[in-house]
Every structure is written in C-alpha cells, then in structure tokens.
Design a protein around this ligand. Structure first.
Ligand code: ME8
Length: 506
C-alpha cells in the first residue's frame, strides 16, 4: 500500500530554529500522528537545506568551516524535533551523498533532454531568500535601493552577472495551468490559488539554475566551474529522499508538501515543472500556511525577536506549546504569537476546561467507587453517545483537510459539553441519593474522556498518554482510537487513579 507521504520544507542551517520552523514541523507531525492512529501507513520527511551563499556567508561570519557549521546547526534542528516529540520517518540533509549524487543525475537528465541549457544571467539576487529577481520585479525605491520584493524579506538585492545554466520553465506554463485546472486540490488552501494562477498566466521566464560565483554547492556534472542553484538542489530533496528510502513507488508522489506562504511559488510552480521535465508524477497537493508575527512584529535578526521554542516549553511544557501553535492561528492564515495569549489559552483551555475536568472526574471515581471503572447498564444506551461520540467523523474531516484549528475547536466543544454535563448532573449531590445513577454518570464521563484522549493525541501526545494511564486504559502507551475505546471494556478496566493536575495553573 502506498504510504501517505508528507513533507516540511528543508530549513536553512544559517541560524538556530525558531517558532516558525517549529510551527510547520509540529503541524506535519500532528497530521502524521493522526494518520498513523487511523492505521494509514505514513512517510514523514523533514531535514535541512545546507548549500548556497546564505549558509557559506553565515559560516564565514561564525568563523567556522562551512560543513562544520552546517553539521552543528542541522543537529540543533534534530535535537529540537526530539524535544518537541516530532516523530519523522526520515531527516534529509542536502549535503548527504544520497542527495548530492541524485541531484546531479537529475541535472544531467534535464540537460540531455534539452530542458536545461547554458546562457548568461543578468539581474538581481537576494541572498537571504536565495532568489533571483529581474529589474522589473524589483524597481529602485525612493532611495534608489533595490529591495527583495518578497514582503517577508525586503532585504537589499545584489546585482549579478554570470554565465548560468537555465531551466526551461517557460515551456511548462500551459502544462502547469492545465494541471491546476484538472486538479483543484493541488493548490491549497484554495484562497492562495488565485495568486499562483495569476502569476503563471502572466507568463513564465526560464530560470537560472547554476552559479559560478558560489562555491558552496553541488558541482554541475561535467562543468565544475558551476554549482547547482540552491533551490534547484533543495527542491529535489523530496524526490531524492523518497528514492533513497527503499521502493520509491511505495512513497512517491508526495501527498502533501507543507510550506510557509513565502516559498509557495517555488513549490507550486518551479517544483511541479521540474517534475514534469523529469517525467515524474506530481505531488497531490502543496499547502501554504501563513506567517507568525511576534507581539505584532515580524521576526528578524535586526529586531532580535526570534522566539526560541525552548523558552516556551521550559515554562509551559511541550504539549501546551504544540497546542497553542495550532489553536491560535488557523492553518493557512497569518497570526500573532504573544506570551499573553499563550498564558490565557493555557489557563482557560488546558488548565481549566480539560485539566480540571479530568481531575474532578478522577477524584469522584476515587471517592465514590474506590477508583474502579464505573459499571454501566448494558441495556441502556449511553446518553452522551449521540451528541458527543458522533463528533469523531467531523473531527476527522477537519484533520484530513489540515484544518487543525477547526478540529481543536470541535474537540474543545466536546470538552465544554462534558463540563456542562458534570454541572447538570451534580454527581456530588446525586451520590447521596442514587448510587447507580451516579455510577452511570461517571461511566459516561470516563468513557468520553478516553475518547478525548484519543482525539488530542496527535496534538498533545504526552497529555494523551497521561490521560490514558490515569483513566485506566491498559493498552497504554498505544493510543486508542475512539472506536477502540467504544468497542469494549477490555481496553479499560484498569484502576482510575488520581494524579497531579495535567496543566498546573500559570
Ligand atoms: O525557506 N511563520 O528555509 P527557511 C510561520 N530552505 N512559519 C515560518 C516563519 C514564520 N514567521 N518563519 C519560518 C527555506 N517559517 C528553504 C526551504 S524547501 C525545499 C527549502 C517556516 O529556514 C515556514 O515553513 O527559511 C517557512 O516556509 C520555512 O520555515 C522557511 O524556512
């Protein structure tokens, strides 16, 4: 069975990872965990982008040999992903031989096919984005400076004139437009599709794909004066990683490339055109999410306001950080990161709505039933069933559509319903007059909380594991799907134990 193949961008190793990188990677991890919990085979790829002038210049600034500099920073990404409970299947570095040799093969193939030719490039270049711009893309501003047209960058451009190999991107204008039209799920989310359609309809220029002035890169086969342009090199990682992971047909093509909006064009125009030229099937979709600002400001070196994820997890824990990232900003839109809104959500949604509910239920089962799983009357349909458990398919649909915020909204709707249910049924009063009725209420609550634990597992794996253990789910640490929780008592006849709060108030 073909695996569901999902990818993050390959992050530049010029600096330490920040919340922007964590965001994309956590989102991909949430999707991968959701699919695995539904028994879908998954291949989740992430990694680091290590060639080009941006990295070479950062290494020079750090006074380190480039490879050593790249090794260090690539390791920092891997360490952060371990800390954030990211379970990827493969981590590719563009300086690995398995990647470099295949990039050269692809370059040669396109050269032989006539889709790559030698010419001369004259124009502008942004080192920070590693992007070529023409004179018309970047007219001089009032001070006579040419700035990167990418709104997320706006750094000064360098003028470049050199011999270059070119990729015949122009040839793929019509095939791309046809592909977009025939595959409406390709450009995601749909509100970003127009921008790409307009760009491609406006005509595509052939694009330079080699540099003579940049030494830190993969040599062009047979012409070592040239190194392969870092984006041509980096985009191919999705293919070279799949090719090196065993039977390519089990993985290829990608089901979704998850990227930030600023690199959407590379992924939705250049990349599919490269694949067409190579005669390979295209990814099923390319999803561009929005950008975080921090306290209303763009994160930048000059502002010195990059948020280190560890500063957040130290105070709030890994799960709360993962939760906040996906709850605060609908996937596909822009949003703002602030400690104030994190604290607010932490206290209201995690400590109160969820944590407090779990503690109350455990406390009651402990006091009224000595911690035994409440019994149920098998002839009577559980009363929360229709309105609560039926949410499962709706949540799944949101997850499949990468609407993580929507899925969390539905889950918290369910948690809200459970809080209302406790307050309506007042088991602490009921227990004085009707023990069997109290037991039924507690049965409903425990079972519903087990379902909640399954729903939140992709977002908060540690919390889900704690909930399963505390709620007597014996199959721990394997997360249970709602169906498994519902299907029988076997999975959950362990003792229900009181435990410290899941989310101590901050
Ligand atoms: O672009 N908000 O690498 P990169 C949300 N190497 N997401 C953000 C973000 C923010 N403020 N800042 C960064 C590159 N990201 C290339 C990619 S792929 C073949 C090559 C996330 O280190 C987002 O996913 O600049 C964005 O696309 C990515 O980090 C850029 O990482």
């Amino acid at each position: 069975m073909k695996k569901y193949y999902l990818t993050t961008p390959l992050y530049y190793v010029n600096a330490a990872p920040h919340i922007g990188h964590a965001y994309t990677t956590v989102a991909a991890d949430v999707l991968a965990r959701f699919l695995r919990a539904n028994n879908r085979p998954v291949h989740f790829l992430t990694g680091t982008d290590e060639h080009g002038s941006k990295i070479a210049e950062a290494a020079a600034e750090a006074k380190l040999p480039v490879q050593e500099f790249a090794d260090r920073n690539s390791a920092a990404f891997r360490e952060l992903w371990a800390h954030l409970d990211i379970r990827y299947d493969d981590f590719i570095r563009t300086t690995e031989p398995r990647h470099e040799s295949r990039v050269q093969e692809c370059f040669q193939k396109l050269l032989d096919a006539g889709d790559v030719y030698k010419g001369r490039y004259r124009g502008f270049y942004c080192v920070s984005d590693e992007t070529y711009w023409t004179e018309t893309d970047a007219p001089p501003d009032e001070k006579g400076r040419r700035l990167c047209p990418n709104a997320e960058c706006r750094k000064p451009l360098r003028e470049v004139e050199e011999e270059s190999y070119f990729f015949k991107l122009s040839k793929y204008q019509q095939p791309l437009l046809k592909h977009y039209q025939e595959n409406p799920g390709f450009l995601m989310p749909t509100h970003r599709a127009n921008e790409i359609l307009r760009f491609v309809e406006g005509g595509l220029q052939d694009t330079a794909i080699s540099r003579t002035k940049v030494k830190w890169g993969i040599p062009v086969p047979g012409d070592p004066e040239h190194t392969i342009y870092v984006w041509f090199d980096a985009l191919l990682n999705y293919l070279t990683a799949a090719q090196s992971a065993g039977a390519t047909e089990d993985i290829w093509p990608a089901d979704v490339h998850i990227v930030g909006k600023e690199i959407y064009r590379f992924h939705s125009v250049t990349w599919p055109a490269m694949l067409m030229a190579l005669g390979l099937p295209l990814p099923k979709s390319v999803f561009a999410h929005g950008w975080w600002t921090v306290d209303g400001q763009k994160m930048s070196k000059s502002q010195g306001n990059f948020v280190d994820p560890r500063d957040i997890t130290r105070e709030f824990g890994v799960d709360a950080f993962r939760y906040f990232l996906l709850r605060e900003m609908p996937f596909g839109n822009d949003g703002n990161f602030s400690l104030e809104s994190l604290r607010k959500r932490y206290n209201a949604e995690l400590a109160n709505d969820l944590g407090n509910l779990v503690s109350r239920v455990e406390q009651m089962v402990d006091s009224y039933l000595g911690g035994a799983m409440p019994g149920r009357n098998k002839d009577e349909a559980p009363s929360l069933d229709k309105e609560f458990a039926a949410k499962g398919p709706e949540i799944d649909a949101r997850m499949e559509a990468l609407d993580f915020c929507g899925a969390l909204g539905l889950i918290w709707g369910g948690i809200g319903r459970l809080n209302t249910y406790v307050n309506e049924k007042t088991p602490w009063k009921l227990v004085k007059t009707d023990k069997p009725a109290t037991e039924k209420v507690l049965f409903e609550l425990v079972r519903s909380l087990r379902i909640v634990a399954g729903w939140i597992e992709p977002f908060m794996p540690q919390t889900a594991a704690k909930m399963h253990a505390q709620l007597g789910v014996r199959q721990f640490p394997v997360p249970l799907s709602p169906e498994q929780v519902l299907s029988g008592d076997k999975a959950g006849t362990g003792k229900i134990s009181k435990a410290p709060p899941l989310f101590p108030r901050k």
